[in-house]
Design a protein around this ligand. Structure first.
Ligand SMILES: C[S@@+](CC[C@H](N)C(=O)[O-])C[C@H]1O[C@@H](n2cnc3c(N)ncnc32)[C@H](O)[C@@H]1O
Length: 283
């Protein structure tokens, strides 16, 4: 197993990102990374961030995707949990459990009562990802975390255990109309002050999902994290708290063409192939 402080890095990174100081890990991140890397070998992707400085992100060794959220993005959730203290969270897209383990771990020490994830196991070796997610949760003893196997939108009502989720993280299939369908499916299980979080705003499908939420009265903030997060809520007071808590946030959203996604997907594939060749040559 690799040491969490000396993990191998994929070489390719976004040329747009200048060398930046690594973002310090908080104790929860160290705990989650140590648990994950005691179970399986991971690879670091985008050590300095993708669209903005941040990262690193992770994938499992031998699997091109799924790729986790960045460590900088975990810290966005920490701030959110400290400020808003959500009781019930619903996460669409769990992969190998990195974001859910972090969120559940921090929520447990801030009065959180439940974190439910829904994942179709459609990306990469989905079953292996789900087993690793389960092992991470067990290793950390995350009693508020429940991971469900199912597909959004159709399986959302069965997975949603309460009617008042106050935190929703949409990080499943990034395509149109899937992201919109994810939002519409969980909407009946939320309240005015629920905070919605989208990841990978640069990926086609996510802007359409965010636009659909805005049409339903959700006010949003763009965060310049590694893979771009958008936070939103329908409640004015909660929105103002978010704005005060994230001084780096912008109310304007970036515009991208499809070339951005093509460039990044090519980069992911190239980094993965280089890593596979190196691994084969080292044997
Ligand atoms: C980007 S990964 C999630 C990463 C995770 N949030 C993290 O940071 O650790 C996306 C996940 O969404 C899952 N997925 C794709 N389509 C889905 C759907 N319709 N419903 C539920 N999960 C889906 C995939 O199997 C994959 O594991």
């Amino acid at each position: 197993m690799s040491d969490p402080t000396t993990t191998t890095y994929d070489d390719l990174h976004s040329p747009a990102i200048p060398a930046a100081r690594p973002i310090p890990r908080d104790a929860a991140l160290r705990t989650v990374v140590t648990a994950l890397e005691s179970i399986t070998e991971t690879r670091i992707v985008w050590p300095r961030g993708l669209m903005n400085p941040g990262g690193p992100h992770r994938r499992l060794r031998g699997m091109i995707s799924p790729i986790s959220i960045g460590e900088d993005e975990c810290l966005v959730f920490r701030r959110l949990i400290e400020v808003v203290r959500p009781r019930h969270a619903f996460l669409i897209g769990n992969a190998f459990g990195f974001s859910s383990a972090y969120i559940a771990h921090v929520m447990e020490s801030h009065g959180g009562e439940s974190v439910v994830t829904l994942d179709s196991q459609a990306e990469g070796d989905g079953l292996r990802c789900a087993r690793i997610a389960e092992q991470v949760a067990q290793t950390l003893g995350l009693r508020i975390l429940t991971s469900r196997h199912g597909t959004s939108p159709q399986d959302v009502p069965a997975a949603a255990t309460v009617a008042d989720h106050d935190l929703v993280f949409i990080d499943g299939l990034h395509a149109h109309p899937q992201v919109t369908d994810d939002f519409e499916a969980i909407l009946p299980f939320t309240i005015e002050s629920t905070i919605f979080v989208w990841h990978d705003y640069w990926v086609p499908g996510v802007p359409q999902g965010v636009a659909a939420a805005r049409a339903r009265g959700v006010r949003v903030l763009y965060l310049p994290t590694s893979c771009e997060m958008v936070l939103g809520t329908r409640d004015a007071a909660t929105f103002n708290r978010l704005r005060a808590s994230y001084p780096e946030a912008r109310e304007g959203l970036p515009r991208y063409g499809r070339l951005t996604a093509l460039r990044v997907y090519t980069q992911i594939a190239a980094a993965y192939l280089i890593d596979q060749v190196r691994f084969a040559m080292a044997r």
